[in-house]
Design a protein around this ligand. Structure first.
Ligand SMILES: [Zn+2]
Length: 749
């Protein structure tokens, strides 16, 4: 009875015979000299998803044949993952949440599913989603289509236009998925989200979900469950019927086209083949003509992966002012919540390209343009299905910001106070800087309203009018704040600033401050033999100090060790219960291998364990073994001492049981490590320091009570200890008695 093979099996077999699948591998090439990188680029191995260690190795995606070719040229390498497609599929996890319907290719829509999904959304929301607009045909004759989301979507209104494109490289489906996610959100949440409602009514948002339908359909054919690794379009370039054929559409644009053979390849069978001439391909022609036909203020060309926002130029040089500031500010706002890096491809990923879409859009059309690379290095081209919705969600804020800045977008850029301490009964000056961060001029005056957050302060003005503000301009104004005599110490006050302007979203921002004088409740200058610390590894004292003789270092004798984890934990319990807006500050400098090694400052939280804390100088972990993905920490080079500030309010009032530094490293490259000095904890006490009997006064009765403690061993309550342990030693002693006497006598220390 086993005479016949099941029909499906035969079809699958025929299919795989007709379309031989290249095996794609993750490989690690050692000693990546510029010459070697040129060889690699010349073989057509894309350098746009390369990670590595400078001068030691680079990790690349190559086909099995290319790996063999590299080995035959005597290039030393390791194969890290033998078959990426199998790897992507084997670690796939089904998604659990289904609010956003996923597709059948590891969560991503197939070409047909995308078309169905669009029809469904369009028929549900025809008032804001336009019909398909066919803007060209692919090599194999598929429609390349775009659509608009706006009020009156089928009319061309006088509203700022923004464009999002995706799936230029057909193995990068998260670009398309996040756009459909965003469109569904715009349609479903507009009634409850005023930002989305504003964007629909005041912007024309264009979406071009698939630039390269043929390549995408080819991936579906060879890998129906996802994981297909074809990148280019499907032009027959005499390289057989597999995925060597085709033109790399993101090397085919007419700006700097073919300027060298590393950033693009003249070889028709290479993965970065740039085509016979600039705009030789119908797909890039369609995008070009579509952009020329519109008045886009800004264009986002989605790719994946690397968790980064890339701006021009492709060769790594920087655009001139004011554009570089514009690009940087917009990019950093887009990355506010997802922590993506922002910069040129060379600075963020380390590769140069030519003939790419973002260079042409900016260089030829003078349109602000970005390439997001969605997803981390560990997620790769085809993340597990269970990651798809989160990756889409991570792009909602960036997509919104990008649409906002197409028009005028009035924000509070920054502010500055004349005094550091906000003392009851005093008056201080506040300078507020208002910016039009958008790419269009404002429509008329900007009305600014200012009101106190509560009655602890009063203001000399309630409103202010600024005249029209050009795109990217800013202006400032001053207000006086009187702090009321009866404002309680340690309480929060501030003001609410509203900005209203025709054609710009009405934004409301809050400036908050704490009333009173910041009080230091713990100080460690590392001059005291480290009695309060538990250390392991090489942590110890160094003579390289900011103040005094000593500081703490993870490697006082030189470089830190490779492949280790070491700790410096503060043994002393610091009670933060009677402190508002607590802050940890320390002086630090470091030299830590960027992207690979890490030092984190952590708080031990009741029920949660050790949590890494955000500071002014932290960056998010890369996901490499010694850098837990998304956790804040320190790496790179900081040669000069800096004052690091960590606001503990980021823990939302959780009970903090302790603090520690944790150092982690992998192999090959080490650095001088991390050095810390003058660590302090301060905040705004909720009572009066020195007030033992808690009657809000500091007087002789407090002294008498403390004398009782010293003489008769009375136990102070935790709050009494907190308010009277002025030297932060953890116990009430004669030093505190002297300090409190000085407070009573009015002697400043
Ligand atoms: Zn790409």
């Amino acid at each position: 009875m086993k005479k016949y093979l099941p029909l499906l099996y035969v079809l699958a077999l025929l299919n795989s015979l007709a379309l031989p699948r290249d095996i794609y591998q993750s490989i690690r090439v050692y000693q990546p000299t510029p010459k070697r990188i040129a060889t690699i680029g010349g073989l057509g191995i894309p350098l746009d998803h390369v990670s590595g260690k400078q001068g030691i190795f680079i990790d690349l995606v190559a086909t099995e044949d290319q790996t063999v070719e590299l080995i035959s040229r005597g290039i030393e390498l390791d194969v890290l993952i033998h078959d990426l497609t199998s790897h992507y599929r084997s670690r796939n996890q089904p998604a659990t949440s289904r609010d956003f319907p996923l597709g059948s290719m590891q969560g991503n829509y197939t070409w047909d599913e995308l078309n169905d999904r669009f029809d469904e959304l369009q028929s549900l929301y025809p008032n804001i989603i336009s019909e398909r607009v066919v803007i060209g045909q692919s090599v194999e004759g598929r429609d390349i289509w775009a659509f608009k989301v706006s009020d009156n979507p089928n009319d061309d209104e006088d509203e700022p236009e923004v464009l999002y494109t995706a799936l230029t490289h057909s193995r990068e489906p998260l670009g398309m998925m996040n756009l459909i996610y965003f469109v569904q959100l715009l349609a479903e949440e507009r009634s409850t989200d005023p930002e989305l409602e504003f964007l629909i009514n005041n912007r024309e948002m264009w979406f071009l979900p698939v630039v390269n339908p043929d390549g995408y359909v080819f991936n579906e054919t060879i890998e129906p469950n996802g994981g297909g690794m074809h990148r280019k379009n499907r032009l027959d370039t005499d390289c057989g019927n597999g995925d060597n054929r085709g033109v790399d559409l993101n090397r085919n644009y007419g700006y700097g086209w073919g300027s060298d053979d590393t950033g693009s390849s003249p070889n028709p069978c290479s993965a970065t083949y740039r085509g016979e001439s600039e705009f030789s391909e119908p797909e890039t022609q369609a995008v070009r003509d579509f952009i020329i036909d519109h008045q886009f203020k800004n264009v986002m060309h989605y790719h994946s992966y690397w968790n980064t926002y890339i701006h021009p130029w492709g060769d790594g040089s920087l655009p001139q002012e004011p554009d570089i500031t514009t690009l940087t500010e917009i990019g950093q706002e887009m990355a506010r919540y997802n922590g993506y890096s922002v910069g040129t491809g060379l600075s963020t990923i380390g590769y140069g390209v030519n003939g790419d879409a973002v260079d042409w859009t900016y260089g030829d059309q003078d349109i602000i343009s970005y390439v997001p690379e969605v997803g981390s290095t560990s997620q790769g081209f085809w993340p597990p299905e269970s990651d798809v919705s989160q990756l889409c969600l991570d792009q909602v804020h960036p997509n919104k910001i990008f649409a906002f800045v197409a028009g005028s977008d009035i924000i509070m850029h920054s502010y500055e106070m004349s005094e550091e301490d906000i003392i009851p009964g005093e008056t201080l000056e506040l300078e507020i800087i208002i910016q039009n961060r958008g790419l269009s001029n404002s429509d008329g005056d900007i009305n600014i309203s200012i009101e106190p957050l509560n009655n602890f302060v009063s203001l000399n003005v309630e409103s202010y009018t600024m005249s029209e503000m050009d795109a990217r301009d800013s202006d400032d104004f001053l207000i006086s704040i009187e702090v009321m005599n009866e404002a309680p110490l340690g309480s929060v006050s501030g003001l609410i600033v509203g900005m209203e302007c025709e054609g710009s979203f009405t934004r409301v921002d809050t400036i908050e401050f704490v009333i009173g004088q910041r009080q230091m409740i713990f100080f460690e200058g590392f001059e005291n033999e480290l009695v309060d610390w538990s250390l392991d590894g090489d942590w110890g004292l160094t003579g390289d100090a900011v103040n005094g003789e000593f500081a703490l270092s993870d490697s006082p004798e030189g470089e830190y060790q490779e492949g280790q984890e070491s700790l410096a934990e503060l043994d002393r319990f610091v009670n933060l219960n009677y402190l508002n807006s607590p802050v940890v500050e320390f002086k630090a400098k470091w030299e830590i291998e960027s992207n690979w090694d890490f030092v984190r400052f952590q708080a031990n939280i009741q029920d949660l364990g050790w949590v890494s804390l955000n500071g002014s100088y932290t960056e998010l972990g890369s996901g490499q073994p010694a850098q837990p993905f998304g956790e804040p920490g320190y790496d790179g080079v900081q040669n000069e001492w800096v004052n690091e500030i960590i606001f503990l309010d980021q823990l939302n009032g959780a009970d903090i049981l302790g603090f520690r530094f944790i150092q982690t490293s992998d192999n090959f490259v080490e650095g001088d490590g991390f050095t810390i000095d003058d660590l302090s904890i301060s905040g705004f006490p909720t009572g009066t320091m020195g007030d033992y009997n808690l009657d809000t006064l500091v007087d002789i009765y407090d002294l008498l009570a403390i004398v009782d403690v010293l003489l008769f061993g009375d136990e102070p309550s935790p709050s009494q200890l907190f308010f009277c342990d002025l030297d932060g030693s953890g116990v009430l002693d004669i030093m505190d008695l002297v300090a409190i006497s000085n407070v009573i006598l009015g002697i400043q220390q």
